[in-house]
Ligand binder design. Structure first.
Ligand code: E4P
Length: 218
């Protein structure tokens, strides 16, 4: 499974990229606003920091303008994935940009039939938002299960399932069990994935016992 980080904080991205565990980045207009600064400078900086896909979202709502914005964004770097909303205009733009060889991430997916449509439109990634479904008492992970099953039924669909709106490590665990292709994870949750209290306690005990030996490896 690929791990993307869901942030526009370039310092955080560079730090996580140094772990060698980061496969890409997703941004959205809210994350760009939170980071502050020039949209294009932030994106170029992120694209320099990671080798994998960097999602950059259009802000137009009609297909022609989305295409124009997407073409401009795609020129920023080879690893830009243009992000378009899951609307009919978004899917028209997706088909056009995808046919030009640009990676497209179709975002704001909340139903399995929406994901089917994105697959038909040639999306590189479909982004189902599991946390926002959970927030309204629906089962976000059931959506991932349904999309996985549908995509498995049709070998002509090559769209990768990019689980978005992740709130906790359990979302990542369940995504992996269901065979999702990618999780885009907030930095704090990404760091949580390696933590376990028994790991901390065990390490503390090992180091204390090692100190008693008075030895050093180096
Ligand atoms: C995905 O690409 C989105 O940026 C993101 O996962 C949205 O998550 P949120 O529901 O925490 O805002």
């Amino acid at each position: 499974m690929k791990f993307f980080v869901d942030t526009a904080d370039t310092a955080e991205i560079r730090d996580l990229a140094s772990s060698g565990l980061l496969d890409g980045v997703t941004t959205n207009p809210s994350l760009i606003a939170k980071a502050g600064g020039d949209f294009f400078d932030i994106l170029k900086d992120i694209c320099d920091a990671v080798d994998g896909p960097v999602s950059a979202e259009v802000t137009a709502v009609d297909a022609a303008s989305m295409i124009a914005e997407g073409e401009k964004l795609a020129k920023l770097a080879d690893n830009i994935a243009v992000k378009v909303p899951l609307t009919l205009d978004g899917l028209k733009a997706c088909r056009h940009l995808s046919d030009q060889g640009t990676m497209v991430n179709v975002t704001l997916c909340f139903s399995a039939v929406q994901a089917l449509m994105a697959g038909k439109a040639g999306a590189t990634f479909i982004s189902p938002f599991v946390g926002r479904l959970d927030d309204i008492s629906q089962d976000g992970m059931k959506l991932i299960e349904d999309i996985r099953q549908i995509y498995n039924n049709y070998e002509e669909i090559n769209t990768e399932i990019l689980v978005a709106s992740i709130r906790n490590p359990t979302h990542v665990l369940r995504s992996a069990l269901l065979g999702a292709d990618v999780c885009t994870i907030p930095p704090a949750v990404l760091r949580q994935l390696v933590q376990h209290p028994l790991t901390d306690r065990g390490l503390e005990a090992f180091l204390a016992d090692w100190a008693k030996t008075g030895q050093s490896i180096t």
